[in-house]
Design a binder for this molecule. Structure first.
Ligand SMILES: [Zn+2]
Length: 163
């Protein structure tokens, strides 16, 4: 599974590229990037929840990479976004869409980094993700993503957007 920083940075980078090249900035407020970035990390809430569960029950069961890593949750936020869009509520539609996108990117990244079994829980439990061992380069991947993003922002004179 990917590192926390990869989840947040890559999600924000991809959403930011959509913000710049697909949508107009006025239709994609900057705070949606923050929401998307948090959503990109949120499925790993099962790590501290697992600590609490283990503390309260005295068990050593690992729940990380299970239920919160199911594609069911981004699908629910996508559905909620479509309902808000149908009701002409573009603000909440956009928020639901960026949460769905961030959550989905988390699942894709974890899958790319070695995977887990609960991708389509509760319908199917099987790890079909590639086992190519890139998780051992997780720290380097973090650094490369951050540097490429900084270069992109500087080349396009957008660093000031974040100050
Ligand atoms: Zn995860």
């Amino acid at each position: 599974m990917a590192l926390a920083v990869t989840h947040v940075i890559l999600t924000i980078v991809i959403l930011d590229l959509f913000r710049h090249y697909v949508f107009k900035k006025s239709k994609f407020p900057r705070y949606w990037l923050v929401i998307g970035g948090i959503a990109g990390l949120f499925p790993d809430i099962d790590i501290p929840l697992g600590w609490v569960y283990n503390f309260l029950t005295g068990s050593a069961i690992t729940i990380h990479g299970m239920f919160t890593h199911s594609i069911v949750f981004p699908a629910l936020f996508l559905a909620a976004g479509l309902i808000f869009r149908y009701k002409k509520n573009s603000k909440w539609a956009g928020i639901c869409f960026v949460i769905s996108a961030g959550w989905f990117m988390h699942l894709i990244l974890d899958c790319a980094f070695g995977g887990y079994k609960e991708f389509i829980w509760p319908f199917f439990i099987y790890n079909f993700c590639p086992q190519w061992g890139i998780h051992q380069y997780a720290i380097h991947i973090d650094a490369v993503i951050l540097v490429l993003w900084l270069i992109h922002e500087e080349v396009h004179k957008r660093i000031k957007d974040y100050i």
